[in-house]
Ligand binder design. Structure first.
Ligand SMILES: C[S@@+](CC[C@H](N)C(=O)[O-])C[C@H]1O[C@@H](n2cnc3c(N)ncnc32)[C@H](O)[C@@H]1O
Ligand code: SF4
Length: 351
């Protein structure tokens, strides 16, 4: 499998875009915006019930960025070079009237706008999302086995409803639909082949994600990670695969295609083949904190700036200042000790 990352694999910088560079020469190209820290699932690897239970204090409505504030920030990031925005969460579709936000963001010129969801609300929302201007969706689904999936989402949510959501997204034109499967050793590795077979030839792109040490509540251990090489070998033994060139330098997923023409899969090897060298991604939490790495411990408060009496120029300067100081490369430095350090939760920062 092609080695990803290294500081030489930066995405080419389009001349039409401004490009602030961080200390390692990386431009900002992607922005993930978490629109809520709440979720209707309690995936064991993300929001374990023991932590995210009745007493957990989620953000208050007043603490969340309003849609107007999110739009202002999104436009500021686009001025700095962002070309792609992904809405996430928590579960983004539980944020009330999220379609209104999509309408606002879809009006930004030349922006690739997408969203990651657990799929539970897609059957009723896919068409409205498409009508609002959303282009594509990624749906998370960790297993086709009813018992395994219900145990992983931990709210007894059935597989069939997520499959309905995927169908609704495709029917609404939110395609190609990407399907994300987090693989955890001893939990759902038995689902690798059934998932590959289910989506082979479907037009959807299945992506396998190595289980990561995000946050500090999921009790991550390196032994829980099924390495990407093992995933590709297991699938390739039954459904022969060949590597595909990345869509662009620095693409997060390693791409593989079925030799029989049944489509392609992606493998996101953030633990075994870290891609920090090509990381052009910024993250905005639901309360407006800017994180320059998924594994950061601290965010920069942009809400105070958008709520203050500041000009767009001052906002741009602040974003540029934070990005220029960026030196994060956590995944490349990860060791048993760093993995145990406190980090923000995936449900807060949005994956
Ligand atoms: C945090 S979720 C937010 C969006 C939405 N609720 C969903 O599940 O798609 C975004 C993605 O992160 C993945 N994820 C969460 N915790 C993870 C972990 N510890 N390691 C790898 N991926 C993880 C989820 O499976 C999902 O595909
Ligand atoms: S992975 Fe997504 S669906 Fe699962 S608990 Fe986290 S935010 Fe919710």
């Amino acid at each position: 499998m092609a080695e990803k990352g290294g500081l030489g694999t930066l995405r080419s910088v389009s001349p039409s875009k401004a490009s602030i560079l961080d200390t390692l020469g990386r431009p900002v190209r992607d922005l993930r915006i978490s629109v809520t820290d709440r979720c209707n699932f309690r995936c064991v690897y993300c929001m374990p019930k023991e932590v995210f239970g009745r007493d957990y204090r989620f953000l208050d409505r007043r603490e969340l960025l309003t849609f107007e504030e999110i739009e202002r920030l999104a436009r500021a990031f686009v001025r700095q070079g962002v070309e792609k925005i992904r809405l996430t969460g928590g579960e983004p579709l539980v944020r009330r009237d999220v379609e209104r936000l999509i309408e606002k963001l879809a009006r930004i010129d030349d922006l690739d706008l997408t969203l990651t969801t657990n799929g539970s609300l897609l059957p009723q929302k896919a068409q409205a999302l498409r009508d609002a201007g959303l282009k594509r969706v990624t749906v998370s689904l960790d297993s086709l086995d009813e018992d395994v999936f219900r145990a992983m989402n931990d709210v007894d949510f059935p597989v069939s409803r997520v499959l309905e959501g995927i169908d609704a997204a495709a029917a609404a034109g939110l395609a190609p639909v990407k399907v994300n499967m987090v693989v955890k050793r001893g939990v759902n590795e038995g689902d690798l082949l059934p998932m590959a077979r289910r989506f082979h030839g479907s037009g959807h792109i299945l992506r396998f994600i190595e289980y990561m040490d995000v946050g500090h509540t999921n009790g991550w251990r390196l032994d829980d990670v099924v390495p990407a090489s093992e995933i590709v070998a297991a699938i390739g033994a039954a459904l022969p695969l060949e590597p595909v060139q990345p869509n662009y330098p620095g693409e997060v997923a390693n791409r593989w295609r079925y030799k029989d023409g049944g489509g392609e899969i992606g493998v996101i090897a953030s633990v075994t083949q870290p891609f920090c060298g090509g990381c052009t991604r910024a993250r905005l939490s639901a309360e407006g904190r800017l994180f320059t790495c998924l594994f950061a411990t601290r965010g920069h408060d942009l809400r105070a700036i958008v709520r203050g009496d500041t000009t767009d120029e001052e906002l741009d300067d602040e974003i540029a200042r934070v990005w220029r100081a960026r030196s994060d490369r956590y995944s490349e430095l990860r060791t048993a000790e760093t993995a145990a350090q406190p980090k923000v939760e995936m449900s807060y920062i949005g994956g």
